[in-house]
Design a protein around this ligand. Sequence first.
Ligand code: NDP
Ligand code: MG
Ligand code: MG
Length: 340
Amino acid sequence: DNQIYYDDDASYEDIEEKTVAVLGYGSQGHAHALNLADSAIDVVVGLREGSSSRAAARDDGLRVATPTEAAAEADLVAMLVPDTVQPDVFDAIEPHLDAGDTLLFAHGFNVHYGQIEPPEDVDVSMIAPKSPGHLVRRNFEAGEGTPGLLAIYRDATGDARDEALAYAQAIGCTRAGVVETTFREETETDLFGEQAVLCGGVTELVKAGYETLVDAGYSREMAYFECMNELKLIVDLLYEGGLGEMWDSVSDTAEYGGLTRGEVVVDDHARDRMETVLEEVQNGEFAREWITENQAGRPAYTQRRKAEQAHDIEDVGAELRALFAWGGEERDAETPKAPA
Ligand code: NDP
Ligand code: MG
Ligand code: MG
Protein backbone atom coordinates (compact mmCIF):
# COMPACT_ATOMS: atom_id res chain seq x y z
CA ASP A 1 0.00 0.00 0.00
CA ASN A 2 1.01 3.60 -0.54
CA GLN A 3 2.77 5.42 2.32
CA ILE A 4 0.68 8.06 4.13
CA TYR A 5 2.32 11.08 5.80
CA TYR A 6 1.00 13.28 8.61
CA ASP A 7 2.12 16.45 10.41
CA ASP A 8 4.72 14.56 12.45
CA ASP A 9 6.47 13.43 9.26
CA ALA A 10 7.02 17.02 8.06
CA SER A 11 9.49 19.66 9.30
CA TYR A 12 8.92 23.36 8.91
CA GLU A 13 12.73 23.84 8.70
CA ASP A 14 12.67 22.22 5.27
CA ILE A 15 10.82 25.20 3.79
CA GLU A 16 11.07 28.17 6.19
CA GLU A 17 14.14 29.72 4.52
CA LYS A 18 12.73 29.42 1.01
CA THR A 19 10.96 31.90 -1.20
CA VAL A 20 7.99 30.29 -2.94
CA ALA A 21 6.63 31.55 -6.26
CA VAL A 22 3.00 30.59 -6.78
CA LEU A 23 2.23 30.92 -10.49
CA GLY A 24 -1.49 31.53 -10.97
CA TYR A 25 -4.06 32.81 -8.52
CA GLY A 26 -7.07 30.68 -9.42
CA SER A 27 -8.63 27.75 -7.59
CA GLN A 28 -5.42 26.13 -6.30
CA GLY A 29 -3.10 29.14 -6.60
CA HIS A 30 -4.97 31.44 -4.23
CA ALA A 31 -5.35 28.68 -1.61
CA HIS A 32 -1.69 27.60 -1.71
CA ALA A 33 -0.43 31.20 -1.67
CA LEU A 34 -2.59 32.32 1.25
CA ASN A 35 -1.97 29.17 3.30
CA LEU A 36 1.79 29.43 2.72
CA ALA A 37 1.75 33.11 3.72
CA ASP A 38 -0.23 32.29 6.87
CA SER A 39 2.43 29.65 7.61
CA ALA A 40 5.01 32.47 7.54
CA ILE A 41 6.58 31.41 4.24
CA ASP A 42 7.85 34.16 1.93
CA VAL A 43 5.44 34.03 -1.04
CA VAL A 44 5.41 35.88 -4.33
CA VAL A 45 2.49 35.36 -6.73
CA GLY A 46 3.42 35.18 -10.42
CA LEU A 47 0.81 36.62 -12.81
CA ARG A 48 1.07 38.04 -16.31
CA GLU A 49 0.79 41.81 -16.88
CA GLY A 50 -2.86 42.83 -17.08
CA SER A 51 -3.99 39.60 -15.41
CA SER A 52 -7.46 39.84 -13.96
CA SER A 53 -6.20 38.00 -10.85
CA ARG A 54 -3.60 40.63 -9.93
CA ALA A 55 -6.01 42.84 -7.98
CA ALA A 56 -7.32 39.86 -5.99
CA ALA A 57 -3.83 38.75 -4.95
CA ARG A 58 -2.86 42.29 -3.95
CA ASP A 59 -6.12 42.81 -2.04
CA ASP A 60 -5.33 39.61 -0.15
CA GLY A 61 -2.06 41.22 0.96
CA LEU A 62 0.28 39.24 -1.28
CA ARG A 63 3.26 40.38 -3.28
CA VAL A 64 2.70 40.12 -7.06
CA ALA A 65 5.23 39.93 -9.89
CA THR A 66 5.31 38.48 -13.41
CA PRO A 67 5.78 34.70 -13.57
CA THR A 68 9.34 35.24 -14.83
CA GLU A 69 10.26 37.68 -12.05
CA ALA A 70 8.65 35.47 -9.42
CA ALA A 71 10.53 32.39 -10.64
CA ALA A 72 13.80 34.31 -10.74
CA GLU A 73 13.42 35.21 -7.08
CA ALA A 74 12.10 31.86 -5.85
CA ASP A 75 13.71 28.64 -4.65
CA LEU A 76 10.46 26.75 -5.16
CA VAL A 77 8.08 27.42 -8.04
CA ALA A 78 4.52 26.09 -7.73
CA MET A 79 3.01 25.72 -11.22
CA LEU A 80 -0.66 26.47 -10.56
CA VAL A 81 -1.86 27.95 -13.85
CA PRO A 82 -4.27 25.82 -15.96
CA ASP A 83 -2.68 22.62 -17.30
CA THR A 84 -3.17 23.71 -20.93
CA VAL A 85 -1.10 26.90 -20.50
CA GLN A 86 1.63 25.38 -18.28
CA PRO A 87 4.00 24.49 -21.17
CA ASP A 88 4.10 28.14 -22.34
CA VAL A 89 4.55 29.48 -18.81
CA PHE A 90 7.29 26.89 -18.26
CA ASP A 91 9.16 28.06 -21.38
CA ALA A 92 9.15 31.60 -19.96
CA ILE A 93 10.42 30.63 -16.50
CA GLU A 94 12.82 27.81 -17.40
CA PRO A 95 15.89 30.10 -17.60
CA HIS A 96 15.24 31.03 -13.95
CA LEU A 97 15.16 27.50 -12.59
CA ASP A 98 18.59 27.21 -10.98
CA ALA A 99 20.33 24.04 -9.84
CA GLY A 100 18.72 22.91 -6.59
CA ASP A 101 15.46 24.80 -7.15
CA THR A 102 12.14 22.98 -7.08
CA LEU A 103 9.35 22.91 -9.63
CA LEU A 104 6.16 21.76 -7.91
CA PHE A 105 2.92 20.68 -9.58
CA ALA A 106 -0.61 19.87 -8.39
CA HIS A 107 -1.27 17.49 -11.31
CA GLY A 108 1.12 15.35 -13.33
CA PHE A 109 -0.24 15.69 -16.89
CA ASN A 110 2.43 17.90 -18.45
CA VAL A 111 5.42 16.16 -16.90
CA HIS A 112 4.08 12.65 -17.42
CA TYR A 113 3.22 13.25 -21.08
CA GLY A 114 6.47 15.08 -21.81
CA GLN A 115 4.94 18.53 -22.41
CA ILE A 116 7.28 19.97 -19.77
CA GLU A 117 10.84 18.68 -19.43
CA PRO A 118 12.38 20.34 -16.37
CA PRO A 119 16.17 20.74 -16.14
CA GLU A 120 18.03 17.70 -14.74
CA ASP A 121 19.38 19.59 -11.71
CA VAL A 122 15.97 20.76 -10.49
CA ASP A 123 13.74 18.84 -8.06
CA VAL A 124 10.35 18.03 -9.55
CA SER A 125 7.58 17.20 -7.12
CA MET A 126 3.85 17.19 -6.69
CA ILE A 127 1.54 18.16 -3.86
CA ALA A 128 -2.00 17.71 -5.09
CA PRO A 129 -4.79 18.50 -2.65
CA LYS A 130 -7.72 16.19 -3.38
CA SER A 131 -10.15 19.07 -3.32
CA PRO A 132 -11.01 22.35 -5.05
CA GLY A 133 -8.97 25.33 -3.88
CA HIS A 134 -11.68 27.12 -1.94
CA LEU A 135 -11.96 24.09 0.36
CA VAL A 136 -8.17 23.90 0.74
CA ARG A 137 -8.34 27.48 1.99
CA ARG A 138 -11.50 27.13 4.08
CA ASN A 139 -10.29 23.95 5.82
CA PHE A 140 -6.96 25.58 6.60
CA GLU A 141 -8.62 28.65 8.12
CA ALA A 142 -10.81 26.37 10.23
CA GLY A 143 -7.67 24.67 11.60
CA GLU A 144 -8.36 21.54 9.58
CA GLY A 145 -6.62 19.93 6.65
CA THR A 146 -7.32 18.70 3.15
CA PRO A 147 -6.07 15.25 2.12
CA GLY A 148 -3.49 15.36 -0.63
CA LEU A 149 -1.11 13.38 -2.81
CA LEU A 150 2.68 13.59 -2.84
CA ALA A 151 4.87 12.45 -5.71
CA ILE A 152 8.53 12.94 -6.50
CA TYR A 153 9.41 12.86 -10.20
CA ARG A 154 13.03 13.92 -9.78
CA ASP A 155 15.08 14.20 -6.60
CA ALA A 156 18.11 16.15 -7.76
CA THR A 157 19.03 17.49 -4.33
CA GLY A 158 18.23 14.46 -2.19
CA ASP A 159 15.83 16.65 -0.20
CA ALA A 160 12.85 16.65 -2.57
CA ARG A 161 10.58 14.53 -0.37
CA ASP A 162 11.32 16.46 2.84
CA GLU A 163 10.69 19.76 1.08
CA ALA A 164 7.46 18.57 -0.55
CA LEU A 165 6.24 17.34 2.84
CA ALA A 166 7.05 20.72 4.38
CA TYR A 167 5.08 22.40 1.58
CA ALA A 168 2.17 20.01 2.19
CA GLN A 169 2.31 20.90 5.88
CA ALA A 170 2.37 24.63 5.15
CA ILE A 171 -0.81 24.41 3.04
CA GLY A 172 -2.50 22.17 5.62
CA CYS A 173 -2.49 18.83 3.81
CA THR A 174 -0.49 16.84 6.37
CA ARG A 175 -3.14 17.70 9.01
CA ALA A 176 -5.46 15.37 7.08
CA GLY A 177 -2.94 12.98 5.49
CA VAL A 178 -0.80 12.91 2.37
CA VAL A 179 -0.64 9.74 0.28
CA GLU A 180 2.54 9.03 -1.69
CA THR A 181 2.07 8.20 -5.36
CA THR A 182 3.92 8.75 -8.65
CA PHE A 183 3.36 11.27 -11.47
CA ARG A 184 2.31 8.36 -13.67
CA GLU A 185 -0.18 6.87 -11.21
CA GLU A 186 -1.71 10.24 -10.29
CA THR A 187 -2.08 11.34 -13.91
CA GLU A 188 -3.45 8.10 -15.30
CA THR A 189 -5.89 7.38 -12.46
CA ASP A 190 -7.09 11.00 -12.48
CA LEU A 191 -7.80 10.95 -16.22
CA PHE A 192 -9.39 7.50 -16.13
CA GLY A 193 -11.56 8.36 -13.13
CA GLU A 194 -12.92 11.58 -14.58
CA GLN A 195 -13.52 10.01 -18.00
CA ALA A 196 -14.96 6.60 -17.17
CA VAL A 197 -16.65 7.17 -13.82
CA LEU A 198 -16.89 10.63 -12.28
CA CYS A 199 -17.60 13.02 -15.13
CA GLY A 200 -18.08 11.03 -18.32
CA GLY A 201 -19.51 7.82 -16.87
CA VAL A 202 -21.99 9.45 -14.52
CA THR A 203 -23.34 12.00 -17.02
CA GLU A 204 -23.88 9.36 -19.71
CA LEU A 205 -25.58 7.06 -17.20
CA VAL A 206 -27.87 9.91 -16.11
CA LYS A 207 -28.74 10.92 -19.68
CA ALA A 208 -29.27 7.33 -20.81
CA GLY A 209 -31.61 6.64 -17.87
CA TYR A 210 -33.51 9.88 -18.47
CA GLU A 211 -33.90 9.22 -22.20
CA THR A 212 -35.00 5.63 -21.59
CA LEU A 213 -37.84 6.77 -19.31
CA VAL A 214 -38.92 9.72 -21.49
CA ASP A 215 -38.82 7.60 -24.67
CA ALA A 216 -41.05 5.06 -22.89
CA GLY A 217 -43.66 7.77 -22.27
CA TYR A 218 -42.90 8.78 -18.67
CA SER A 219 -42.91 12.46 -17.74
CA ARG A 220 -39.73 14.52 -18.04
CA GLU A 221 -40.17 15.69 -14.45
CA MET A 222 -40.27 12.16 -13.03
CA ALA A 223 -37.37 11.11 -15.22
CA TYR A 224 -35.34 14.08 -13.98
CA PHE A 225 -36.04 13.33 -10.31
CA GLU A 226 -35.26 9.63 -10.61
CA CYS A 227 -32.16 9.84 -12.78
CA MET A 228 -30.50 13.13 -11.77
CA ASN A 229 -31.86 14.77 -8.64
CA GLU A 230 -31.72 11.70 -6.40
CA LEU A 231 -28.17 10.95 -7.42
CA LYS A 232 -26.98 13.40 -4.77
CA LEU A 233 -28.55 11.37 -1.94
CA ILE A 234 -26.83 8.22 -3.18
CA VAL A 235 -23.45 9.93 -3.66
CA ASP A 236 -23.61 11.48 -0.17
CA LEU A 237 -24.16 8.01 1.34
CA LEU A 238 -21.32 6.49 -0.70
CA TYR A 239 -19.03 9.35 0.36
CA GLU A 240 -19.94 8.97 4.03
CA GLY A 241 -19.91 5.23 4.43
CA GLY A 242 -19.10 3.45 1.20
CA LEU A 243 -21.21 0.87 -0.61
CA GLY A 244 -22.37 -0.64 2.71
CA GLU A 245 -23.93 2.53 4.08
CA MET A 246 -25.65 3.22 0.77
CA TRP A 247 -27.16 -0.27 0.51
CA ASP A 248 -28.19 -0.15 4.19
CA SER A 249 -29.99 3.16 3.69
CA VAL A 250 -32.08 2.30 0.65
CA SER A 251 -35.06 -0.08 0.77
CA ASP A 252 -34.52 -3.83 0.46
CA THR A 253 -36.33 -3.65 -2.86
CA ALA A 254 -33.88 -1.02 -4.12
CA GLU A 255 -30.98 -3.06 -2.80
CA TYR A 256 -32.07 -6.32 -4.43
CA GLY A 257 -32.94 -4.56 -7.69
CA GLY A 258 -29.68 -2.68 -7.73
CA LEU A 259 -27.55 -5.70 -6.88
CA THR A 260 -29.14 -7.80 -9.64
CA ARG A 261 -29.77 -5.19 -12.38
CA GLY A 262 -26.78 -2.85 -12.07
CA GLU A 263 -24.53 -5.39 -13.75
CA VAL A 264 -27.08 -5.86 -16.53
CA VAL A 265 -26.42 -2.23 -17.50
CA VAL A 266 -22.71 -1.92 -16.67
CA ASP A 267 -21.95 -5.30 -18.21
CA ASP A 268 -18.85 -6.94 -19.71
CA HIS A 269 -19.18 -4.73 -22.77
CA ALA A 270 -19.05 -1.59 -20.61
CA ARG A 271 -16.03 -3.01 -18.74
CA ASP A 272 -14.28 -3.71 -22.05
CA ARG A 273 -14.88 -0.11 -23.07
CA MET A 274 -13.46 1.05 -19.73
CA GLU A 275 -10.30 -0.91 -20.54
CA THR A 276 -10.13 0.84 -23.92
CA VAL A 277 -10.47 4.23 -22.25
CA LEU A 278 -7.69 3.27 -19.81
CA GLU A 279 -5.44 2.07 -22.63
CA GLU A 280 -5.82 5.42 -24.42
CA VAL A 281 -4.82 7.17 -21.20
CA GLN A 282 -1.82 4.85 -20.73
CA ASN A 283 -0.51 4.95 -24.29
CA GLY A 284 -0.82 8.75 -24.51
CA GLU A 285 -3.51 8.74 -27.22
CA PHE A 286 -5.93 10.78 -25.11
CA ALA A 287 -3.19 13.26 -24.16
CA ARG A 288 -2.17 13.75 -27.82
CA GLU A 289 -5.81 14.27 -28.81
CA TRP A 290 -6.38 16.88 -26.08
CA ILE A 291 -3.15 18.74 -26.88
CA THR A 292 -4.02 18.82 -30.61
CA GLU A 293 -7.56 19.91 -29.79
CA ASN A 294 -6.19 22.86 -27.81
CA GLN A 295 -3.75 23.80 -30.55
CA ALA A 296 -6.66 23.83 -33.02
CA GLY A 297 -8.68 26.24 -30.85
CA ARG A 298 -10.91 23.56 -29.23
CA PRO A 299 -13.44 22.95 -32.08
CA ALA A 300 -14.68 19.53 -30.93
CA TYR A 301 -14.73 20.58 -27.28
CA THR A 302 -16.84 23.66 -28.05
CA GLN A 303 -19.29 21.63 -30.10
CA ARG A 304 -19.64 18.88 -27.46
CA ARG A 305 -20.15 21.47 -24.76
CA LYS A 306 -22.97 23.12 -26.78
CA ALA A 307 -24.66 19.78 -27.38
CA GLU A 308 -24.55 18.95 -23.67
CA GLN A 309 -26.07 22.33 -22.76
CA ALA A 310 -28.86 21.75 -25.27
CA HIS A 311 -29.91 18.40 -23.75
CA ASP A 312 -33.54 18.26 -22.69
CA ILE A 313 -32.61 17.25 -19.13
CA GLU A 314 -30.98 20.66 -18.68
CA ASP A 315 -34.23 22.48 -19.52
CA VAL A 316 -36.44 20.40 -17.27
CA GLY A 317 -33.81 20.51 -14.53
CA ALA A 318 -33.59 24.30 -14.63
CA GLU A 319 -37.40 24.57 -14.43
CA LEU A 320 -37.65 22.19 -11.50
CA ARG A 321 -34.73 23.60 -9.56
CA ALA A 322 -36.26 27.07 -9.86
CA LEU A 323 -39.60 25.75 -8.64
CA PHE A 324 -38.40 24.16 -5.45
CA ALA A 325 -36.59 25.47 -2.40
CA TRP A 326 -33.36 23.61 -3.19
CA GLY A 327 -33.09 25.78 -6.32
CA GLY A 328 -30.69 27.99 -4.44
CA GLU A 329 -30.23 31.10 -2.38
CA GLU A 330 -31.52 33.57 -4.99
CA ARG A 331 -34.87 31.86 -5.02
CA ASP A 332 -34.91 31.71 -1.20
CA ALA A 333 -34.25 35.42 -0.98
CA GLU A 334 -37.24 36.18 -3.21
CA THR A 335 -39.59 33.80 -1.44
CA PRO A 336 -41.80 35.60 1.08
CA LYS A 337 -41.30 34.22 4.58
CA ALA A 338 -44.19 32.26 6.00
CA PRO A 339 -45.87 34.03 8.94
CA ALA A 340 -44.14 33.04 12.17
P1 NDP B 1 -7.21 27.90 -12.58
O1 NDP B 1 -7.90 27.74 -13.88
O2 NDP B 1 -8.07 28.24 -11.40
O3 NDP B 1 -6.03 28.99 -12.76
C1 NDP B 1 -6.35 30.27 -13.08
C2 NDP B 1 -5.16 31.16 -12.80
O4 NDP B 1 -4.13 30.95 -13.78
C3 NDP B 1 -5.55 32.60 -12.84
O5 NDP B 1 -4.87 33.32 -11.84
C4 NDP B 1 -5.11 33.01 -14.22
O6 NDP B 1 -4.80 34.39 -14.25
C5 NDP B 1 -3.84 32.20 -14.39
N1 NDP B 1 -3.51 32.05 -15.80
C6 NDP B 1 -4.31 31.58 -16.78
N2 NDP B 1 -3.68 31.59 -17.96
C7 NDP B 1 -2.43 32.09 -17.71
C8 NDP B 1 -1.31 32.34 -18.52
N3 NDP B 1 -1.32 32.07 -19.83
N4 NDP B 1 -0.21 32.85 -17.93
C9 NDP B 1 -0.17 33.11 -16.61
N5 NDP B 1 -1.22 32.88 -15.79
C10 NDP B 1 -2.32 32.38 -16.34
O7 NDP B 1 -6.32 26.60 -12.29
P2 NDP B 1 -6.56 25.47 -11.18
O8 NDP B 1 -6.27 26.02 -9.84
O9 NDP B 1 -7.88 24.78 -11.42
O10 NDP B 1 -5.43 24.43 -11.61
C11 NDP B 1 -4.07 24.65 -11.32
C12 NDP B 1 -3.39 23.31 -11.20
O11 NDP B 1 -3.95 22.61 -10.09
C13 NDP B 1 -3.61 22.41 -12.42
O12 NDP B 1 -2.45 21.65 -12.63
C14 NDP B 1 -4.75 21.51 -11.98
O13 NDP B 1 -4.77 20.26 -12.64
C15 NDP B 1 -4.39 21.33 -10.51
N6 NDP B 1 -5.50 20.95 -9.64
C16 NDP B 1 -6.67 21.63 -9.67
C17 NDP B 1 -7.69 21.29 -8.80
C18 NDP B 1 -8.97 22.08 -8.77
O14 NDP B 1 -9.83 21.72 -7.98
N7 NDP B 1 -9.16 23.13 -9.54
C19 NDP B 1 -7.55 20.18 -7.83
C20 NDP B 1 -6.23 19.61 -7.80
C21 NDP B 1 -5.26 19.96 -8.70
P3 NDP B 1 -5.38 35.38 -15.39
O15 NDP B 1 -6.25 36.31 -14.62
O16 NDP B 1 -4.16 35.99 -15.93
O17 NDP B 1 -6.12 34.53 -16.41
MG1 MG C 1 -9.28 14.38 -10.18
MG1 MG D 1 -8.35 15.88 -13.64
